[in-house]
Design a protein around this ligand. Structure first.
Ligand SMILES: Nc1ncnc2c1ncn2[C@@H]1O[C@H](COP(=O)(O)OP(=O)(O)OP(=O)(O)O)[C@@H](O)[C@H]1O
Ligand SMILES: [Mg+2]
Length: 412
């Protein structure tokens, strides 16, 4: 047939038609994902807002019920479900690229290395985790927790695809996506340039073409009910897109899967300037009372303050705090740091009582909500000294010093 020009041409045409069909399929898939993303994002916004109300009012009820009320457990269940729904809506927002990111310039390799122990645990002892990190892979502009989310989601998918033994490989490299590469992916508007490649490969079951075609859709899962929500890859997809990157999936049945993520490399001259280290927070020796029901917050707050020279008293509840103040004589305690949402007596109530007993005693409120949120929920009045969890020890010490000195730090 080699000598037959006509046949040759005919073969070429088949190639073109095949290519054309492939391109159309790719385009349809991209459009479908876009449409689903729009819908998912809209729903997620609604759900997130509703859950804000469910969780907020649930917490009010919990506070009012008191610690030994028989219906407390019921409300706690409602809150747990509310938090779960809020988490799902956050993932959906990530997929539809409507989540607020906090991008910084990060070393891709360093993020992976720091997460390696966790990833190894996730993957399990019977499977190997290999890292091939190219020192050239360099820096990307990304939201750290989102980057970690990508790694966790891809590692978990790889693990789940490997029945018992297997190998999960995480690779990085610096690559150039050139015009030729862009031409090979005609339906993706690709910016050519330097990218950091993150490739996660497994030696698992692989995906048949129909699964590959739908894998990035939210809620698409082949896992049994209760095991997968089908949000892993769609979340990864959203994060990558929002970070200006690309994602491809290569999979062969019974051989395994490789997911390749390309994130734009940050050129060297734009490398993170060494941040000028802020001057250490001023110290003090006054006695501070920390009122917080969650020991995981209370203890670090104590350590942060002691680390800056303060004497620290702790109370787990508002009433415990009031008792402690009555016993030790209020004069001794110079400032109260107090959680806003606590069972029994909440922060606002405790603050009011403290103001009644000792109007000059400054109170610094803290909450996981933003300042705006706590005011909107009626948890605090605008203008009160406030610090949002999670804060650094330095920031807490700074706010405490400011308040003790009667200064006007940023408020709610
Ligand atoms: N590494 C992989 N190997 C084989 N199949 C995979 C792999 N990654 C994803 N898949 C397929 O794609 C589907 C969707 O993946 P995705 O991560 O979005 O959801 P999930 O893993 O099923 O659930 P979730 O991540 O929410 O727990 C999976 O159910 C699985 O069929
Ligand atoms: Mg998954």
């Amino acid at each position: 047939m080699n000598g037959d020009g006509t046949v040759r041409e005919w073969v070429g045409m088949v190639d073109d038609v095949e290519e054309q069909r492939h391109a159309e399929e790719q385009l349809q898939q991209a459009q479908r994902i876009q449409a689903v993303g729009k819908l998912a994002g809209g729903v997620a916004h609604e759900v997130k807002n509703m859950m804000t109300a469910v969780i907020g009012f649930g917490e009010f009820v919990l506070t009012d019920l008191g610690p030994r009320h028989p219906q407390r457990a019921d409300v706690e269940e409602i809150l747990r479900a509310g938090h779960r729904a809020a988490a799902v809506s956050r993932q959906l927002l990530a997929f539809s690229r409507q989540q607020i990111l906090q991008p910084t310039v990060l070393s891709l390799n360093l993020v992976i290395e720091k997460l390696a122990a966790l990833l190894a645990r996730l993957v399990g002892a019977d499977k190997a985790l290999r890292l091939h990190l190219d020192p050239e892979a360099g820096r990307v502009r990304a939201d750290r927790s989102q980057l970690e989310q990508i790694l966790v989601d891809l590692a978990v998918n790889g693990r789940d695809a490997m029945a018992s033994v297997g190998r999960l490989t995480i690779e990085t490299a610096a690559v150039t996506l050139d015009a030729e590469y862009a031409a090979a992916h005609p339906n993706v508007r690709m910016r050519t340039g330097r990218y950091a490649l993150l490739a996660v490969s497994d030696t698992g079951a692989g995906m048949p073409p129909d699964v590959q075609a739908r894998a990035f859709e939210p809620f698409y899962t082949t896992k049994p009910i209760g095991e997968g929500t089908g949000l892993g890859l769609s979340t990864v997809y959203g994060i990558v897109k929002q970070s200006g990157g690309y994602i491809w999936l290569y999979s062969e049945l019974d051989l395994g899967t490789t997911v390749k993520v390309y994130l734009p490399l940050v050129p060297n001259e734009m490398e993170a300037q060494p941040q000028p280290t802020p001057p250490p927070a001023p110290r003090g020796c006054e006695t501070v009372l920390v009122v917080e029901d969650e020991p995981m917050v209370r203890r670090p707050a104590r350590r942060a303050l002691e680390g800056h020279g303060y004497q620290v008293l702790e109370a787990a509840t508002g009433s415990e705090a009031l008792e402690l103040l009555a016993r030790s004589g209020t004069a001794q305690v110079r400032l109260v740091v107090c959680d806003v949402v606590m069972p029994e007596v909440n922060g606002r109530e405790l603050g009011a009582e403290l103001r009644r007993r000792q109007p000059t005693l400054p109170v610094l409120y803290m909450s996981g909500y933003t300042g705006e949120d706590v005011v909107q929920r009626g948890l605090l009045t605008a203008g009160e000294p406030f610090i949002q969890k999670t804060f650094t020890p330095e920031l807490l010490a700074e706010r405490v010093r400011d308040l003790l000195d009667g200064g006007g730090p940023p408020e709610v």
